[in-house]
Write a protein that binds this ligand. Structure first.
Ligand SMILES: [Zn+2]
Ligand SMILES: [Zn+2]
Length: 318
């Protein structure tokens, strides 16, 4: 069910590379007098799942950016959580493509989109985790600004069920019916079986399990959380928190060229070992950078640690 592996660093790494490839050309005239300000600009948010409720007001309040949506946009062509349309490309490529769908449909030069990926937690075994990525694609300023957030406690789970199985503990854990469910055959045969989405009713859930289990060679149905934002209020709240972090980033101008979106683009490892001084695998610097010019700046770790525990040292603890 997991659509994409959860990669902690991938979006920022990708950001650095992708941005480098669009640099070098002179900037087009920006839509505002101050290139660092989005006040009074308008943008289109590409969503089919009601994300405007979590994003638009946050961006308007912080940036003065007017964000609205396009009706009848089909972002499912880029892949779905339920897997009917497989996702190709990285989460960053997908979210940029989604923003561009909205821009093309509305003939706007500024687009916003968000994309999530849920699966095994990147650091904690046997625990689910998620990453949410948000993007602003601005063809008038020729910039792409991304920001992400790791969700440590998503409501993302699944269970296998025979017809009439007692699912009480599972349903409590995933906070059903606030959080909706998807049901399909546990072992789909070559001919795809039925898929029920957005289930928030116990009777509908029970009959979906009966139908899907009958289509599965092992007689079981797969019951999983519906991760679409409007079906998973925990995910919607995560997107709202990301919108606030993202707005701060867009509001931060580059100290060299004043373009919006200045922030963390990379980390450098090699924090010296406190026993032997050799470079460890721990983060030594955060690298802040501009999405438009070459400006880069190293900053020390936020926690102030200047040396690493020898346990993270390849010399002391090979
Ligand atoms: Zn050492
Ligand atoms: Zn700059």
């Amino acid at each position: 069910m997991t659509d994409l592996p959860v990669h902690l660093k991938a979006p920022e790494d990708e950001a650095g590379k992708q941005v480098a490839s669009v640099r070098g050309s002179a900037h087009k005239a920006s839509t505002a007098n101050d290139p660092g300000s989005y006040a009074g600009n308008s943008a289109v948010l590409a969503t089919m799942h009601g994300k405007e409720g979590a994003i638009s007001a946050v961006l308007f309040d912080r940036l003065g950016l007017i964000v609205d949506t396009v009706p009848n946009l089909d972002t499912d062509v880029l892949g779905t959580f339920t897997g009917e349309v497989p996702r190709t490309g990285t989460i960053r490529e997908t979210v940029i493509a989604k923003a561009r769908l909205g821009m093309a449909a509305s003939k706007r030069s500024i687009g916003i989109a968000s994309e999530g990926s849920y699966g095994p937690h990147p650091h904690i075994p046997f625990v689910a985790g998620g990453i949410e990525l948000m993007v602003l694609v601005d063809d008038s300023r020729e910039i792409i600004v991304t920001e992400h957030l790791i969700e440590d406690t998503p409501i993302f789970d699944h269970a296998f069920a025979y017809p009439n199985d007692e699912l009480g503990a599972f349903l409590d854990r995933i906070e059903f019916p606030d959080h909706a469910l998807i049901v399909k055959a546990a072992e789909p045969s070559l001919a795809a079986g039925p898929v029920y989405k957005g289930l928030r009713d116990k009777e509908a859930l029970a009959s979906a399990i009966i139908d899907c289990a009958a289509h599965s060679p092992d007689g079981r149905a797969l019951v999983q959380t519906d991760m679409r934002a409007h079906m998973n209020p925990t995910r919607m709240a995560t997107i709202r928190r990301l919108a606030a972090v993202f707005a701060e980033r867009v509001a931060t101008p580059c100290p060299a060229c004043a373009m919006p979106g200045y922030g963390l683009v990379d980390v450098e490892t090699g924090l010296p070992c406190e026993a032997c001084g050799a470079p460890s695998i721990m983060v030594r610097h955060q690298v802040f950078g501009c999405v438009s010019c070459e400006h880069r700046e190293r900053r020390p770790r936020l926690d102030g640690h200047s040396h690493a525990d020898p346990g993270h040292c390849p010399e002391c603890n090979p």
